[in-house]
Write a protein that binds this ligand. Sequence first.
Ligand code: DQA
Length: 150
Amino acid sequence: MSQPIILVLNGPNLNMLGLREPEIYGHTTLADIEAMCRARADELGFDIDFRQSNHEGELVEWIQQARGKVAGVVINAAAYTHTSVAIHDALKLLDKTPIAEIHISNPKEREEFRHFSYIESLAFTHILGQGAKGYVMAIEAIAKKINESL
Ligand code: DQA
C-alpha cells in the first residue's frame, strides 16, 4: 500500500555538501541526508520524494506539482531562502500542507544577508543550525503535524 508522501526540497549548492565549506556544513553528503530521511520516514509510515535543484524555476515547478499530492514539505531553499519571492508564492499555493523550514547552519547567526527568510512566515517549524540531523528532525516534526491533523 502506498504511504503519504513528504516532499524534501533542496536548493542551490546543496548537491555539493561534503565538499562545500565543511567547517560550516559538515562532511555529510546530500545522498547521506537522503538516506537518513528515507530511513526515518519509513519508520514513521511515510514515503519521501527527495529532490535538489540549482534552478529557482525548477523548484517552483516542483512545488506547484506537489499541490494536492503530498502530505507535507520539508524545504532547505539554501540561498533562495533569502531572495526568492517566487518560491514564497509557490509555497503559498500549497494551502494547508504543512511546511518545515530547515537549514544545516543557523543563517540568523551568519552574515546579515542571510537573516531574512522568505519561507519563515509560511513554515510551522524552523530547524536551524542542527547540522544534517536537522532534516530528520524536520521529518519528525512534519509527521507529528500530519498525524495531529488526521
Ligand atoms: C543554508 C543556509 C543558506 O544561507 C545558504 O545559502 C545555503 C545553506 C543551510 O542549510 O545552512 O546554501 O540553507
